[in-house]
Design a protein around this ligand. Sequence first.
Ligand SMILES: Cc1cc2nc3c(=O)[nH]c(=O)nc-3n(C[C@H](O)[C@H](O)[C@H](O)COP(=O)(O)OP(=O)(O)OC[C@H]3O[C@@H](n4cnc5c(N)ncnc54)[C@H](O)[C@@H]3O)c2cc1C
Length: 270
Amino acid sequence: MNLVCELEKCTGCGMCSNVCPKNAIEMSEGERGFVYPKIDKNLCIECNLCRNKCPSNVFQATETNVKKVYVSWNKDKKIRKNSSSGGIFTEIAKKIIEQGGVVCGVAWNEEFHPHHILVNRTKDISKLQGSKYSQSITGDIYKLIKEKLDKGILILFSGTPCQNAALKSFLGKNYQNLYSIDLVCHGVPSNKMLDNYLFLFEKDIQNVRLRHKDPFWDYSFVRIDFKDGTKYQKLTIEDDYFNLFNVGFTLRNSCHNCQYANTNRKGDIR
Ligand SMILES: Cc1cc2nc3c(=O)[nH]c(=O)nc-3n(C[C@H](O)[C@H](O)[C@H](O)COP(=O)(O)OP(=O)(O)OC[C@H]3O[C@@H](n4cnc5c(N)ncnc54)[C@H](O)[C@@H]3O)c2cc1C
């Protein structure tokens, strides 16, 4: 058997490649540019750890009765403006770092692919601010987080609900020094889709903001700054990438049947 879980159910969380004791699993580009696990048969010892821990195999979607909801937003207007929603992520991240902790969230890499990174300086929180609407590369992040948790380091993890489920499954036990945030998630397009969109501008890119709130937030804007000093800015409802994301056309298959789109999710904070 060469699959970790049914392809339709695979969220691309990358947990299997972290949990494999033989490093036999690599996340590689498959259908429509989404990443899927690829098992190296020569290295695999058929221990089945990947299959037994895969959240898509073990997670059962259920509803819990939510008794109380606390809602919050950042009082700092500037932080709210640079965040995709109410900016509470930045506030929580600051508190964790002030206590000597490490924050794990999603930043753009040089190719404008979102990837999970760890930051321990307040000034680096801004890299994680703002929604990057394509699937983040998780790499070895679950392993790195476990290493830090085992040393007693305080950690804040932020990611999609499936990535939160992946982290919890990977860890296999509760850690008092871990706080986790799962975002309200519409689903993810692939990085290939984003690449194809950005390529059409035929310019070197300085920065990409997919939910820019200037001059106003009501619909928000896609804003791309180019290295030659020019910029592209369109209302999200008029931008092709955002529209295809919004109507669900570019989402990963598993997102259309998301097991975490309910009240019983794995993050501590939403
Ligand atoms: C793929 C995706 C789908 C979303 N769908 C919806 C939706 O349907 N409805 C809705 O109301 N809001 C949606 N959001 C927005 C999300 O709920 C907001 O990021 C959050 O509400 C903003 O929080 P904030 O203002 O506190 O902080 P922000 O500063 O905006 O926080 C950004 C946080 O999002 C994380 N993040 C950014 N990009 C990614 C990514 N690609 N994968 C995982 N984590 C990421 C960062 O690590 C950081 O923690 C989506 C976001 C993403 C990334």
